[in-house]
Design a protein around this ligand. Sequence first.
Ligand code: ADP
Ligand code: ZN
Length: 718
Amino acid sequence: MISEAASLLKKHYGYEQFRPMQAEVIQCVLDKKDSLVLMPTGGGKSICFQIPALLLQGLCLVVSPLISLMKDQVDALNSNDIPAAFLNSSLSFKEEEDIIFQCIHGKIKLLYLSPERLVQELKRLLPRLPINLFAIDEAHCISSWGHDFRPEYTQLKLLKEHFPAIPLIALTATADKTTRKDIIKQLNLQNPKVFVASFNRPNLSLSVKPGIKPKERIKDIIAFITKRQNEAGIIYCLSRQTTEKLTDALKAKGIKAGAYHAGLTSKERNNTQDNFINDKLLVVCATVAFGMGIDKSNVRWVIHFNLPKNIEGYYQEIGRAGRDGLNSDTILYYNIADLIMLTKFANEGNLAQINLEKLKRMQQFAQADICRRKILLSYFGETPLGNCGNCDVCENPRQHFDGTVLVQKALSALMRMNEKVGTTMLIDVLRGSSKGELKLNAYDKIKTFGAGADISFAIWEQYILQMLNLGLIEIAYDESFTLKLTDSGKEVLFGKIKVDLVQPPIKIDVTNESKIKNTKKIYSEKNIGDDLFEALRKLRKQFAEAEKLPAYIIFNDATLREMATEKPLTEDEMLSISGVGQHKFEKYGQAFLNIIHELSYGISTKISKANTYEETLQLFLQNFSPDEIARKRNINVTTVYSHIAHLYLKDDITSIEKFIKMEEINIIKSAIAKIGDVQKLKVIYDFLNGKLDYFKIRLALAFIEKNLLNKIVINAVS
Ligand code: ADP
Ligand code: ZN
């Protein structure tokens, strides 16, 4: 069975081998046992139920919380020649009927639906379907211990009551033990096998930039993005207002950015999401609501503009970068203001104690002076062996020093101000600031005024964060966030114990982004086959536009990178590229091979061009539409249109009016007049803001050229 599974993996997905744990999970499902699968985002959970669905007779029902995610997954499956569909409110009655009919008759292997819908259909539709497996995606939503509880998930416990014999597989990227146990209990899983894959994502670089004020963060981010042309990323912010402000700041620098938060209409949100998926927006500034509904595999970086609430959320959010396995960067900014705000939020809910505890762990991670990946992995119950070499601490090992005197200065100042001040005032006093407020309170008269003037504000803030972490001071959330000395703080102040502090990393240089040198860049070095990669990307984009699919569904970045590096020449070589399955090869393979030939080996495909025009012409003359010609010839429709334009210019085809209106030609004409005589398709396309498709522009150019020629001929004759 497993060898059959492996051949399906190759045929449909184009992958050579299973990732750790996938084969075991598949075997377990095939043995009809219940299972719980914990794998990080991007770990490859989908294949764990998709391959069994293909191997078993009948239909696999997949429960997924978000409509957009369903569509994406179904598109991806169909593009790999796997019959799949979804049922949700976006479909018409007729479309639903059609899908149900196909499911009943075994024409569909995977059917996606929401938990609400599944429960509604428990007695109606479900008994009529040949179900072989239930797959519950994002299963942590069933647990109120998790960080994303959804009440509608709790009804899923009815599944085992109604269908005790059908195996159930629950999947999640949230691994904490309480949630894990709760999922099993809530779903009433029978003797389940629990699979916990490693949560390590070595391709994600981790870096934390503490103590940087929001304004500086924006500058830092702009510098970071400017160095990453064409690379998509997400910036998570705490408030809606920040997402808007940040978006404006990025747009002002010409960066294609959009905001995403709960205050927008669902139409606006969907728009932003779609544009991001289709690479029309490169950056989305979002509140945490963004990302769950997308499977975009080429997110190259994730930034947290503020400290996240807990490690689970943080890990899931950074996990949205680099799903394709290529190196990707993550940055976390935070300062004391974030901490204060989040503590306030955590205190408000009815799970205050849990939330505060989780926030504390997050804070410890952010403030860590040992390998950050070690901390993350141990949080998820793993014991990593060595340091990762791909985090800011590994990159810049921290220096420790005896900070007793420094801490005493701060504590003594605090004591002298009767513990009635917050962080900013404390630092201002230590630095001997001339602010009026200090004088008003006579703080400029205390003994430690100016005692720490040689240390910058940002560095002092870091020391204060360390003092908080060491438990020497605490924030009184109920007394306007003033700082208080703890008992151990007093012991330090009175010289009973010494304190070890950590030298803040390289003077928190804001504009100089952390230079993480990666040890194992997998196909992602900028210089390797960059031109070829760009050409392949362009071709992918054409296919994506023609088929109205996200580019990464055609081929993901890792696949294109591998093509650009391996430069396959033949069908066999192309099929050995990870991510090129049989179906995709048939659809796109030749077009990609052509580009590789042309760019890498200088083998021009021009020789065969005469034939290719001729073939299109023959089909055209038999009255096949461009779409049909594309399908018959296994080429892209945009290519067919370019053939038509060429044939029209050569007078092999006499009319193109079927495909383009005169008024559209006029729009393009006046665009050209405004641009000057640049006749590059892309320039015209952009000038018209994408209002007219590429193929129309191409046809219009042919029309204009031909008429110009005719005119010259007429003029010459007369
Ligand atoms: P998850 O649902 O766990 O976040 P996915 O199932 O979406 O992850 O998989 C993440 C990416 O990894 C997808 O692009 C998928 O095609 C790819 N992938 C999954 N399994 C393998 C494999 N065995 N070999 C190569 N790539 C894989
Ligand atoms: Zn590390």
